[in-house]
Design a protein around this ligand. Structure first.
Ligand SMILES: Nc1nc2c(c(=O)[nH]1)N[C@H]1C(S)=C(S)[C@@H](COP(=O)(O)O)O[C@H]1N2
Ligand SMILES: [Mo]
Length: 177
């Protein structure tokens, strides 16, 4: 009798697990989102290509199509919801989608090389907003690299941690090696 009762509870437990799994991953995969456009403004990002520099304002970046992701980061205060264009779309606009790697540099002099495999594998955001609002420089904006970390356990690897550049100001091609 107790055995039968226990068995009867199994589907309930399974459903509860499915429900928890679905909420845990809600928003973990970047999705297109519509937001009021940033006003036209000054360039905030330079993309250096073999054919010359391309400048992007926040409005230019957001005009490429906004995506939203909710994710953990490596820094508890940074966990949350971000919106911005896909890095892949920005690089495509600049003609750099297929290059081997880029160097992403920041206003504070920090920079990291990101291999092309990253933006060709993952929908990485060049976030211009957090919770729908522009990100102030003191909060690591106005542009910040956001990996969709909760999409895959692979992205929890510390290899990726340094590539979460904030205060992004410049992207350039790294010579194929
Ligand atoms: N612009 C910028 N981005 C940056 C950094 C930085 O100093 N400047 N630090 C990197 C490093 S070393 C890590 S671990 C993370 C977090 O740095 P934090 O521990 O100072 O928050 O972001 C990375 N992105
Ligand atoms: Mo760090």
């Amino acid at each position: 009798m107790t055995m039968i009762r226990r068995l009867a509870k199994l589907p309930v437990a399974l459903l509860a697990c499915l429900f928890l799994a679905s909420t845990a991953f809600a928003g973990a995969v970047p999705e297109p989102v519509r937001l009021a456009m940033a006003p036209a403004g000054k360039p905030v990002l330079t993309v250096a290509t073999p054919y010359g520099n391309q400048q992007f304002s926040l409005a230019d970046l957001e005009g490429l199509g906004m995506h939203r992701v909710t994710t953990r980061t490596f820094w508890p205060k940074s966990d949350g919801t971000y919106e911005g264009p896909l890095l892949a779309d920005v690089l495509r606009r600049a003609g750099l989608h297929d290059v081997a790697a880029v160097r992403i540099s920041a206003l504070d002099g920090f920079s990291q090389v990101m291999p092309g495999q990253d933006w060709r594998t993952w929908p990485i955001l060049l976030a211009t907003r957090r919770d729908g609002r522009p990100i102030p420089v003191r909060d690591k904006g106005p542009i910040r690299v956001i990996y969709p970390r909760d999409m895959s356990p692979q992205l929890a690897d510390t290899t990726y941690r340094l590539r979460w550049v904030w205060l992004v100001s410049r992207i350039e091609v790294v010579a194929d090696r």
